[in-house]
Design a protein around this ligand. Structure first.
Ligand SMILES: Nc1ncnc2c1ncn2[C@@H]1O[C@H](COP(=O)(O)OP(=O)(O)O)[C@@H](O)[C@H]1O
Ligand SMILES: [Mg+2]
Length: 484
């Protein structure tokens, strides 16, 4: 790896250039680039990675072309030093403050002084860079502990994992296959699916399976934000770019350069913002609010929506050209009740996760309780299942199983699908399980229809009263549970 640090010096003053070249040539591992004016300095800044920029305030400050302001705005990892004549000291110090520069130095200066300053500035830059990376890694590893380590391989029992996404259904397996292909490209990805189906988790998995893994993935929710605020979050702004913009902001598109930006609730963006986003997707150009300078970014966009964008296009509320750009890959995550095979896998996964979090031992979920979970429609999808399991783990006895009595009321009392009320096929792996499920469904239906009059039910189903009572006990049927 090239560890050479690049210092960019902007000055027309021959004395400054000479002093700096003397000072910096004595220190190993620096590459020094000299620029006479702001224009070339900005160009160089955008061409190469600069670690330290030293700017001489030897020309009147031009807000729009100042390399220092530019560096502050869009190269947050680049350290800044301001120098000026002593007669311009006040202006130099003001600029130093405004651009959050590391140091201000007045001319004339001693070459040892500038050498130490440059060394310290570069150390400072490197430390902040490491701090950023370590904080990110620490956050990720904490998340990993919470989520159990994913190995992307098929684990036992037909359960698979794609990063932190757990699944067992053929439908999700298909989505994950497509996501893995998408991950290897730089194309935008549009993920559609109901709230709580795991769109954000899928977006993260794509990022971590792409070669952008060492760059950040930054998220922006597009819902409930004004067009201007969204623009400045993503494209950045310069101080005074709009009322209330008291300092420059590096937008997400530049901050995540080389990585991924996840745009959640993309259906909510205004028609005005749709144009800006389209232009960004076409040209990769970023123009901070209130700035004339055009910068570039190579982030990959992953967008998510719980509404069908195609329907919005047909209604004329979403630009067709933007839709086509966004869906380089179009991934549709089905609702949980269309992939019930995932319910046992997810339940086990969440039991382990939350038992670990609260430090208790849970042996598992009884098959009766699991059946009820599989029967429930989960309008809130995986998020709702996760909340349910978290709650069950909290109320279960330490060292015991999660059983029917630990289920929340709405799941325990949800109508059970029966042969009469729709496309019913008993769940269960073995014939015995299927038969038991069917038996349970028939009992619940008959009990409900007969308002729990057990004599009537026994008669209707050709059972003895004791036989019926035994079955009710065995399946832990409760009066409310059978309401149809
Ligand atoms: N397949 C899955 N495996 C593990 N956890 C999941 C899965 N799908 C969703 N989750 C969890 O459910 C919650 C909601 O997922 P999220 O990605 O935020 O959904 P969405 O963005 O579609 O609303 C999160 O806590 C997430 O970790
Ligand atoms: Mg979400």
């Amino acid at each position: 790896m090239d560890s050479t640090q690049t210092v960019l010096v902007k000055s027309k003053d021959p004395q400054v250039v000479e002093a700096l070249s003397n000072a910096l040539s004595e220190v190993e591992g620096y590459r020094v680039i000299y620029c006479e004016n702001d224009k070339t300095a900005v160009r160089r800044l955008n061409e190469i990675e600069v670690n330290l920029i030293i700017c001489d305030l030897d020309e009147p400050l031009d807000e729009h072309s100042s390399a220092l302001i530019q560096a502050r705005l869009s190269h947050s990892g680049c350290c800044r030093i301001v120098i000026s004549d002593s007669k311009n000291m006040a202006e130099g110090i003001a600029l130093c403050e405004r651009t959050a520069s590391f140091l201000y130095i007045a001319k004339p200066f001693d070459h040892k002084q500038i050498k130490i300053a440059a060394k310290r500035a570069l150390e400072h830059t490197e430390l902040s860079r490491r701090h950023r990376i370590l904080s990110r890694e620490l956050k990720l590893s904490l998340d990993d502990d919470m989520f159990a380590r994913a190995d992307n391989k098929s684990v036992q029992g037909g359960i698979s994992q794609f990063e932190r996404l757990v699944y067992a259904s053929p439908k999700m397996a298909q989505v994950v296959e497509e996501a893995k292909i998408a991950a290897k490209t730089n194309m935008p990805v549009l993920i559609q699916g109901d709230t709580g189906t795991g769109k954000e988790l899928l977006a993260r998995a794509i990022h971590f399976n792409s070669d952008r893994i060492n760059s950040p993935m930054l998220n922006q929710n597009c819902g409930g934000v004004t067009a201007d605020a969204l623009y400045s979050e993503l494209f950045g702004h310069v101080r005074g770019g709009f009322p209330g913009a008291i300092s420059d902001r590096l937008g997400l598109f530049r901050a995540a350069d080389g990585g991924t930006v996840f745009l959640d609730e993309i259906s909510e963006i205004s028609s005005h913002f749709q144009i800006a986003l389209l232009r960004f997707l076409q040209e990769g150009e970023v123009k901070p609010l209130g700035s004339d300078i055009t910068l570039h970014s190579t982030v990959r966009i992953i967008a998510a929506s719980n509404k069908s964008i195609e329907t919005m296009v047909e209604k004329g509320t979403f630009r067709r050209d933007l839709y086509y750009r966004l869906r380089g890959f179009l991934l549709e995550v089905p609702p949980l009740n269309q992939r019930k095979e995932d319910i046992p896998a997810l339940t086990d996964f969440f039991v382990e996760k939350y038992a670990g979090v609260v430090g208790r031992r849970v042996l598992g979920v009884t098959s009766d309780a699991l059946k009820r979970l599989e029967n429930y429609s989960f309008p809130g999808n995986v998020r709702e299942l996760e909340n349910e399991v978290q709650r069950m783990v909290a109320v279960a006895e330490n060292g015991g199983y999660i059983a029917l009595r630990h289920l929340s009321e709405k799941i325990a009392t949800a109508p059970i699908e029966t042969p009469e009320n729709g496309a019913y096929f008993p769940a269960g792996a073995t014939l015995k399980e299927k038969v038991e499920n069917l038996e349970q469904a028939v009992l619940i239906k008959s009990l409900a229809v007969n308002h729990w009059n057990q004599s009537k039910v026994a008669l209707e189903l050709g059972l003895s009263r004791v036989g019926l009572a035994n079955k009710i006990k065995r399946y832990e049927l409760r009066k409310e549970a059978g309401r149809v």
